[in-house]
Ligand binder design. Structure first.
Ligand code: GLN
Length: 464
């Protein structure tokens, strides 16, 4: 029997029409076939079975980005330095997913520690875009986007974003990516990239699936002091909310030079359709947008460089026989274990935090962030949501990415760094294709207003 959607599958399991225990081995076989073609996984659990409890996601295949700890299953954050690390505990989101009855089928490929926009900084190989294998799946959660796009079985992916790692792969693989408000989902058990910006979220085939999964993983967690007290809710209830009367703004800085004009036009066309449905759509200006990318990288890399200090070949992952003194041993492990981009970021971040530079760089970037949050807050006092392209370009070819400088790559995050550093929820939805390649639209809302992004995203989905 062909079950196309998560919703149909869960209903069929609930009614007894399908037995999850029979279905899962078939889903895993399919996942293995997809792995051979596109490499979305670092680890596949061939024995994945539904968890003991009969929760709302009973028997649903779920994949987890490899930076999120899974008890007894290798967790590398996409880095050689964590090869062989098997956490003795589950991240809180994983506990909640298991409690819901879902089955964890594997861990997905990613840029090392989340450092990238194209999933080309992966120690275990770059996932290939199922729509064109010469092209990137986006990053850093590229494996999550890849398996979601390729899965010919019901499945939802858990991903993570610091500065755009959910939106980018969702846009490039033609899937839906939900990045929640900072603090909405517990970070306990996430291998930190940049603590003040990391968010765990969802990549899925449709808006319903993302809303459903957010309902399961969100909510306060005493194990994460930055997790918010705001209660979880049934986010699927927003799917049918009307957009009539909603006020939506198109920030002009997100439609200017550097953005593929065909993408900008497609997004504007969809905004017009929302207007026809009764939303009020206006142009606005967010002049601080241009500072977001540099300030983001300053904060992200400063925090990353301290977070990576604990990977030295003693506690986790890669270990060797200790020769020479500890400094020599640490250097050897870190030289071998970290990839080129991780090394670049450690050096950059350490420099930015050095005595004498700290005020000029790291702390200044925090001030910029406070101003950007303020700019968003003022805009959201007047508007329900902002609409922008998800990415400024179509999914690029690997051969073209290899010609880009690090700064050119960082510049590809211009759509996503501002909302991500401000902790705003965003939803990326597919809005069609250009030259056969998928295009995403990003809907940004105020803190804890995920419901509004879901309502708009669901309408956009219906328009297709
Ligand atoms: N491309 C951005 C970076 O490299 C965002 C990555 C992420 O969100 N993890 O930092």
């Amino acid at each position: 029997m062909l079950i196309a959607t998560v919703r149909d599958y869960l209903e069929a399991v609930k009614s007894g029409e399908i037995k999850a225990e029979d279905f899962l081995p078939e889903a895993i076989q399919k996942a293995e076939r997809i792995q051979k073609a596109y490499s979305p996984f670092i680890t596949i659990d061939k024995k994945a079975r539904p968890s003991a409890s009969k929760g709302p996601l009973y028997g649903l295949p779920v994949s987890i980005k490899d930076s999120i700890c899974t008890n007894g299953m290798q967790t590398t954050a996409g880095s050689k330095i964590l090869e062989g690390y098997i956490p003795p505990f589950d991240a809180t989101c994983v506990t909640r997913i298991k409690d819901s009855g879902a089955a964890i089928i594997g861990k997905t490929a990613m840029d090392e520690f989340g450092f990238g926009t194209f999933s080309t900084n992966c120690a275990y190989g770059a996932p290939k875009n199922p729509l064109d294998i010469e092209r990137s799946c986006g990053g850093s959660s590229g494996g999550a986007g890849c398996i979601t796009a390729a899965a010919d079985f019901p499945h939802i992916a858990i991903a993570q974003s610091t500065g755009g790692s959910i939106t980018a792969p969702a846009a490039f693989t033609g899937t839906v990516g939900l990045t929640p408000t900072y603090g909405r989902v517990s970070r306990y058990g996430l291998i930190d990239y940049s603590n003040s910006m990391d968010k765990i979220g969802v990549i899925s085939k449709c808006v319903y699936d993302s809303a459903l999964m957010l309902s399961v993983i969100s909510g306060h967690d005493p194990l994460d002091s930055t997790s918010s007290e705001v209660k979880s809710e049934d986010f699927t209830k927003h799917l049918n909310s009307d957009v009539k009367g909603m006020k939506i703004a198109l920030p002009k800085e997100y439609f200017s030079s550097g953005i593929d004009p065909k993408i900008a036009k497609l997004v504007r066309d969809k905004a017009e359709r929302l207007q026809q449905l009764g939303a009020k759509v206006e142009d606005v200006s967010l002049p601080l947008t241009k500072y977001a990318m540099p300030a983001y990288y300053m904060i992200a890399l400063s925090e990353a460089s301290t977070n990576l200090a604990k990977f030295c070949g003693l506690r986790y992952g890669l270990q060797k026989e200790i020769q020479g003194n500890f400094d020599e041993y640490f250097s050897k492990i870190r030289t071998e274990g970290f990839g080129e981009e991780a090394k670049r970021r450690i050096i950059f971040g350490t420099y930015a935090r050095m005595a004498g530079y700290r005020d000029a760089y790291y702390l200044k970037a925090f001030k910029v962030r406070a101003r950007i949050i303020d700019e968003f807050k003022k805009t959201f006092a007047k508007y329900d949501a902002l609409i922008t392209p998800s990415m400024p370009i179509l999914p690029p070819k690997f051969s073209d990415i290899s010609k880009l400088s690090p700064i050119q790559i960082y510049n590809m995050d211009i759509m996503t760094t501002a909302p991500n550093m401000a902790g705003m929820p965003t939803l990326s939805v597919p809005i069609g294709k250009i030259d056969g390649l998928p295009v995403g639209m990003q809907i940004i809302s105020n803190h804890f207003m995920e419901g509004k992004t879901i309502a708009i995203g669901a309408k956009i989905e219906e328009l297709k």
